[in-house]
Structures are given as structure tokens and as C-alpha cells.
Design a protein. Structure first.
Length: 160
């Protein structure tokens, strides 16, 4: 089950909001809230507000609708900052001219999901299992050999 919350028309550039959203993707809700609390970015409190709203949506479905949701096992599945409408503005310029600039807005949406019953495999574990299933032991050994070569090359350049 997925739980979603969205804040629309937030007065911040989507690029700046994406920096904060990328920090919390894949984290447990508690860890994501801690990250947002101590983030120096000015958009972090707004993203935290959206995250809390998504948790409350899950809590509402747990209480009112009778769904069995464990709030401790929720994690941030997606955190997206899309571009909203732009406000066109004009700034006075020298010699009677006018410079146009744009005030950007963002739509921030966060989706929460519940980890699996077996303890919740992380994204890296799932990707590793998929690679192992696709290529077997040879593919895993080949990937490890490639990383050994890179570290040896780095050591050679560092010693010069």
C-alpha cells in the first residue's frame, strides 16, 4: 500500500527542492524527518511538512478505514519536486529598458510505502540479487575484478 501527499505551488525553484528530496529518498520516515530537521536548506521545513502529511494519511487509513499499516515500517518510496507555473516579472533596467525574469514554483509530492514483512530488503540488496540471478557467479566475479583494477590504477597514480 502506498500513501501520498503533495504540496503545490511552493515558491521555490524545483532544482533547489530536488536537492532536498534526493536526500530523503529510500530512508525510513523517522530518519528522513531527522535529516530534514537538521538540513540547512530553507525548503527543508516545507518538505518535512509534506512528509508528515503523508504519514498522517497513512495513519488515517490505519484508524478510520481499518487497513493494517505499521507506521514504524514506512519508508520514503519517492520524493519528487516537479516544476509548477512560472510568474513572469519585469525589472527596470538602464536607459528605460526592462529586463524580464521568472519566479519559479514547485510541486512537491512524497510517496510512502511499507517495507516487506521479511524485514524489508533495501534497494541495493534487490539490485544485487537481480544481478546475481541474471549473470550468476561469473558476472559477480567479473564485477569484483573490475573494481580491483580501478583501485590498483588509483594506487599507481597516487604513488607518482
Amino acid at each position: 500500500m502506498e500513501f501520498r501527499a503533495e504540496a503545490r505551488f511552493v515558491r521555490v525553484s524545483p532544482q533547489k527542492a530536488r536537492l532536498v528530496c534526493d536526500q530523503i529518498k529510500g530512508l525510513r520516515v523517522e530518519d528522513a524527518l531527522n535529516t530534514l530537521t537538521f538540513s540547512p536548506k530553507s525548503i527543508a521545513p516545507d518538505v518535512a511538512k509534506v512528509l508528515r502529511s503523508a504519514v498522517q494519511n497513512a495513519n488515517h487509513l490505519n484508524d478510520e478505514k481499518g487497513l493494517d499499516v505499521d507506521l514504524d515500517r514506512l519508508y520514503v518510496k519517492t520524493a519528487v519536486a516537479n516544476e509548477g507555473p512560472r510568474m513572469k516579472r519585469i525589472r527596470p533596467a538602464p536607459m528605460g529598458r526592462a529586463y524580464r525574469y521568472q519566479r519559479r514554483m514547485a510541486h512537491i509530492s512524497i510517496t510512502l510505502a511499507e517495507k516487506g514483512a521479511q524485514g524489508g530488503a533495501g534497494l541495493a540488496t534487490v539490485i544485487g540479487e537481480a544481478k546475481a540471478a541474471a549473470g550468476g557467479k561469473k558476472a559477480a566475479a567479473k564485477a569484483n575484478a573490475g573494481t580491483r583494477k580501478k583501485t590498483a590504477a588509483k594506487r599507481a597514480t597516487a604513488s607518482r
